[in-house]
Design a protein around this ligand. Structure first.
Ligand SMILES: CC(C)(COP(=O)(O)OP(=O)(O)OC[C@H]1O[C@@H](n2cnc3c(N)ncnc32)[C@H](O)[C@@H]1OP(=O)(O)O)[C@@H](O)C(=O)NCCC(=O)NCCS
Length: 211
């Protein structure tokens, strides 16, 4: 008897020998998973997605159509990548100058719960903090703090976003409540970081730092 995989891959998907695909993953048309890629449980990869050797995805990562995840990209649990998001991994490519291999690739790290909106570009070598939210069509050129909302080209911080994806409006003493979950957030006095005060009400089972 042949073991059935505990994930679904459409017949047109290409899964190279040696890739690791977690239970419950769904992999749609024409998507290619390279040999050394690791996908956590319950990920969803849309149509025409490419996952390079060495890329790791956590649990429940959702990747919409036409996204290429190049070597150096790491996504923690619950990351959402909108359609046609673009990652880069070489900062100064030249066709005539070979820059292949890990020594040339700058890592890009997306922490727990990050959302990247449709058609955004993430320049390599950056870290997007947990639950950072990148608006559609942005070009991200700097690290993004946890819970920050950024958009535009270049992407600038425009506010703060709850783990449920609602803009946070802080009182004078730096307190905000997510309108959907009721979770409470505290803005640091320097206004450069936000902490989630009652984590369990907002993100059950999640392990996220109070940054
Ligand atoms: C960033 C975002 C969450 C903001 O939503 P919002 O809080 O409802 O903001 P609003 O629509 O009220 O817009 C507020 C202002 O920001 C501007 N704005 C909003 N999103 C923007 C973006 N991505 N880029 C540039 N400007 C943007 C609006 O034009 C508006 O400016 P104005 O006041 O001068 O008219 C939303 O616009 C977005 O980009 N969501 C991502 C959607 C996506 O990619 N989904 C993928 C899966 S389908």
């Amino acid at each position: 008897m042949i073991d059935q995989p505990d994930y679904y891959a459409h017949p047109t998907a290409v899964l190279d020998d040696g890739c690791r695909v977690g239970a419950g993953c769904r992999i749609w048309h024409f998507t290619h998973i390279s040999a050394g890629a690791v996908l956590g449980e319950a990920c969803s990869l849309g149509q025409n997605v490419f996952v390079a050797d060495g890329v790791t995805l956590g649990r429940n990562v959702k990747v919409q159509n036409n996204v290429s995840l190049y070597a150096g990209v790491q996504c923690a649990d619950d990351v959402f990548l909108g359609p046609s998001v673009v990652f880069t991994n070489v900062k100064n490519p030249r066709s005539a100058v070979p820059r292949r291999g890990d020594a040339h690739y700058l890592p890009t790290v997306l922490e727990h719960g990050v959302t990247v909106g449709a058609n955004s570009t993430i320049v390599c070598g950056l870290r997007l903090g947990c639950y950072a939210f990148v608006g559609a069509g942005s070009v991200v050129t700097h690290d993004v703090p946890a819970f920050a909302l950024v958009y535009g080209n270049p992407a600038r911080q425009r506010g703060w976003m709850s783990a449920h994806g609602h803009q946070l409006h802080f009182t004078a003493d730096g307190h905000a409540v997510c309108p959907e979950s009721g979770a409470q957030y505290q803005l640091h006095p320097d206004k450069k970081s936000v902490a989630l005060m009652n984590q369990e009400s907002e993100v059950p089972n999640a392990s996220i730092p109070n940054s």
